[in-house]
Design a protein around this ligand. Sequence first.
Ligand code: CP
Length: 343
Amino acid sequence: MKHEHYMDMNRLSDWSVEQINELLDTCLLLKEMEEKGVRLPLLKDVVLAMMFDQQSTRTRVSFETAMTQLGGHAMFLDGSSLHAGSGQEDIAETAAIISSMADAIMIRSLSQRVIDEVVANSTVPVISGMSCALFQEDGFGSQEQHHPTQVIADLITMIERKPAGKKLSDLTFMWLGDGADGFDCVFMDHLSLFPRLGIRVICAAPKKFWPSDELLAKCRAQAAEDGNGEIICTEDPLEYAGETDFFYTGVVNYHNYGVSEEEAFKVFYPKYQINADLMAHAPKSAWVLHYLPGNRNWELTDEVWDGPQSALLPLGENRLYAQRGILVYILWPLRRNTSEYLK
Ligand code: CP
C-alpha cells in the first residue's frame, strides 16, 4: 500500500491545476535559491531508483544530478542490470521489490502499460520519465503516451520567457509537426494540459496529422473545467504566427508511417518547419522550443536553432530545475523532520 500522502507523476491529467501551479512555484523557488547560492539537502539520504528501457541524456542526467544536489542518491537501472530486462522476473515483482527498498521510482519505458504496472505495484511514488512507443507493438499511435517531466520544464521556460505583463493564460503556443493521436508524447501532454492552464494551443500540421476529433473533444472538455484555453488546428502556420509566443516542434517518426525519409520530409517540410520565413512573421518576443534531441534542418533550420530566438539549451537546462521541483514536491512533505531548513 502506498502512503496516503504519496502522489505519482504518471499522467498530468491526475494533477489538479492548483497542484501544477504549486509545483511550478516550487521549481522556480528552488531555481531562484540556486541562483543565490542556496542549495538545501531537502532529500537527504532519499534514494531514487531510475529504470530505463530507452536511451536518455537529459532525463537521466537531470534526475541523477537533482537527487545528488538535494542530498539523496539516484540509482541507474537499465535492461541489462535487472532480471526484468531478460524476462527472468516480471515487472510487477520488480516494482514491488525495488519499492520495498528505494524511496521513489522514476521509469522511462516504451510502453505506458509498463509504467502503469510499476505504478500499480510500487509502494512508493513513481515518476514517468516518458512513455513513447516507437513501434506499433508498443502502442504507437495510441493517445497513451506521456512525457510529464518534459512538459513541466517547458512550462518553467515559458514562465521565464513570456512577454512582460502576460500571464500563462494569455499565451499562444504553436506546435508544428505531427499532431496525430499518440505520435508525439510531448505534444500529447501539451494538448491535454496547456488549455487547462488557459494557454491557447495551435496545432499546425497537414490535416491528416491533426489530433482526432475524439481527442480534441476530450481535451476541450477538460479545458472547459479549468483554464478554458482554446485549441485550434490549422494547415497554415502563418495564419497564427504573428500571435504566437512560443513555437514548439519535435521529431517526426516517419519510420512508423512506412514512408521514406524523402517522402516524410516533403510532407512536413519546409511548410511545418521552424525557419526564417516563419520567424519573420512572429513577434520579436517569441521563442522557439524543442524537447531535443532533434534533427537540424528538418524540424528546425540551423539559423533558427542557433538564432537569437532559440531557447533550446535553456529548456534543456530547465529539465534539472523541473526534476528538483518534482522530487521535492512529491517527496519532501513526507520528510517533515527537515522542515527547519525552510525557516
Ligand atoms: N527530451 C528528452 O527527454 O531528452 P532525453 O531523451 O535525452 O532524456
